[in-house]
Design a protein around this ligand. Structure first.
Ligand code: FPP
Length: 297
């Protein structure tokens, strides 16, 4: 479903040819054979052959999670291990994300939420922040037609006021262009944190009380949930959270929404997280008993 160019070329902007090694073309990671499987190469560009992946026999279709959330961790370490700058890791991370989107579409998962850029990531070196934002822009621009064709709805959550105007506009048009799609909702958390989400929800609730539209005594979990940014989806609570790279934290991701989410931690670095690793995560999920605080006999 994706038009894969491997490696993903950088934007042809003045900063992409700046002296910083972050942008140097010579740092592109080598193309993995598996990433080009199923691709037909034309003279002008590489085109993905769109064939759904059958559900592996160890997985039960009826036990698939509706909503999977992912903390795509380890891009920097993946790059460092190869003596590459972090940008190469992020680019390779986009390829991993593409694989996962394709698999979610094929296997009936309805919502995939990925932590692409946290509010804390603003503290990273400017060159890396700029690169990540451009990578996001570039990826959305290059994939939007595929998203439309494949029934993928794109939504973005997070503090968009901090994003450059060009990114805000792009998000608006990508969301508008795909809002009728229902095969998979890809929610990108960008300039997002769980605490930010709870705070902005509290502010909305407080404003309703101040405006006389809500009584304090009527505030309950449903009222809060309606104000969280994940109210854009029919399935706001991830069934499964995957975090790669061996870190055992939720790192200020969907704090409220993760209340009853099954957690899965994997040692692979995000760019190395592929189909086999996803099957392992889903197998683990399908073996769990979810009790939501109650009792199962
Ligand atoms: C964590 O790795 C990853 C990120 C901060 C960014 C992930 C972003 C992408 C894969 C691109 C997203 C693009 C779209 C279109 C959604 P890290 O740098 O913290 O890794 P480290 O812990 O090894 O340093």
């Amino acid at each position: 479903m994706f038009s894969l160019r491997c490696p993903v070329p950088l934007l042809n902007t003045p900063s992409s040819s700046s002296s910083s090694s972050f942008y140097s073309r010579s740092y592109y990671p080598p193309c993995h054979r598996s990433q080009t499987r199923g691709l037909a190469v034309t003279k002008r560009r590489t085109v993905a052959v769109e064939s759904p992946e059958p559900i592996p026999e160890e997985l039960a279709a009826e036990l698939m999670p509706k909503h999977v959330a992912v903390i795509m961790d380890g891009n920097g370490r993946w790059a460092k291990l190869r003596n590459l700058p972090a940008s190469a890791g992020h680019q390779a991370g986009v390829q991993s994300l593409r694989r996962m989107v394709t698999l979610c579409c094929s296997w009936g998962i309805k919502v995939l939420t990925v932590f692409a850029f946290s509010t804390d990531n603003w503290a990273r070196p400017k060159v890396e922040v700029d690169f990540l934002l451009r990578l996001f822009e570039r990826t959305i621009n290059s994939e939007i037609e595929a998203f439309k064709r494949e029934g993928i709805r794109i939504s973005v959550i997070g503090d968009s006021s901090k994003l450059p105007e060009s990114v805000q506009k792009l998000i608006g048009s990508a969301e508008e262009d795909t809002k009728q799609n229902s095969k998979l909702q890809l929610i990108v958390a960008l300039s997002y944190s769980g605490k930010y989400d709870v705070v902005q929800a509290c502010k909305s609730v407080a404003k309703k009380v101040k405006d006389g539209d809500l009584y304090v005594d009527d505030i309950d979990e449903n009222i809060i949930e309606q104000e969280l940014e994940t109210n854009i989806t029919e399935f706001p609570y991830p069934d499964l959270l995957i975090r790669t790279s061996g870190e055992l934290r939720v790192s200020n991701f969907l704090l409220w929404q993760l209340a009853y989410t099954e957690l899965y931690f994997n040692r692979e670095l995000w760019p190395d997280f592929g189909k086999d690793e996803f099957v392992e995560a889903l197998t683990s999920f399908q073996q769990r008993q979810r009790r939501y605080g109650g009792r199962h006999s």
